[in-house]
Design a protein around this ligand. Structure first.
Ligand SMILES: [Zn+2]
Length: 222
């Protein structure tokens, strides 16, 4: 068990270093504290829990619990392993282990976002739609949020990932026509067909580069 003084130190490191450095959302704090209490404070290294059990104990929906656990895992704060019907084995890393001397804040935040699968995580999908602000990423036509579809810029069959660096929102027509083609060639076709001006074409090519560099970021709702 923790001595009072070392517990106070760990809590201070959470509040003043870990949470602000990794931009914890409120639900992430709740889950992290909960799992910390069930492991470290209980003198255990791991605890077996299912997501519905965690959601019930923390008074949040299964959807939010899953979302928070995904972020916490991506940030290296918790690990879930050996999953079976009764849940996963959860292990909690302490702030000093997470914020080791060699790991910079920007790197940590980047790796957390890179780990989000925008094709399956609902909040990440919504964040991509919001980033495009109602315009198709390719042809720049306005399209309603309900009609927008997600597209892998580098297709999955070509090894493209599902992070925000490779997923955009576009109109159904562009999604259908592009298929497994390379994005730059597809944009050239749109330009030649007159649907993009020369300036828009150049701007779209630049957007492709910025996307791949991770500069077209998404922000998850708090
Ligand atoms: Zn389009």
């Amino acid at each position: 068990m923790y001595k009072q003084s070392s517990l106070a130190r760990v809590l201070r490191e959470m509040e003043y270093r870990l949470f602000p450095t990794l931009s914890f959302e409120p639900v992430e704090r709740v889950l992290y504290y909960f799992l910390f209490a069930r492991t470290h404070l209980a003198g255990l290294r791991t605890v077996r829990l299912s997501l519905p059990q965690i959601a019930k104990a923390t008074h949040c929906s299964c959807f939010l619990a899953r979302h928070a656990s995904l972020l916490l895992r991506a940030k290296g704060c918790v690990r879930a392993s050996h999953s079976n019907k009764t849940g996963s084995l959860w292990e909690v890393s302490l702030p000093r282990q997470i914020l080791g001397p060699g790991r910079r804040r920007a790197q940590l935040r980047r790796s957390a976002f890179d780990a989000l699968d925008c094709s399956t995580d609902r909040l990440a999908r919504l964040a991509i739609l919001r980033r495009e602000r109602g315009f198709c990423f390719y042809c720049l036509q306005r399209v309603t949020r309900n009609a927008m579809v997600l597209d892998h810029v580098v297709p999955r069959v070509r090894g493209g990932g599902s992070s925000f660096r490779n997923v955009v929102a576009c109109c159904p027509e562009c999604n259908f026509k592009k298929r497994t083609r390379r994005a730059a060639g597809f944009l050239r076709d749109i330009y030649r067909s007159g649907r993009l001006t020369a300036a828009e074409f150049a701007q779209r090519l630049a957007a492709l580069t910025r996307l791949a560099r991770g500069q077209l970021r998404i922000s998850l709702p708090r």
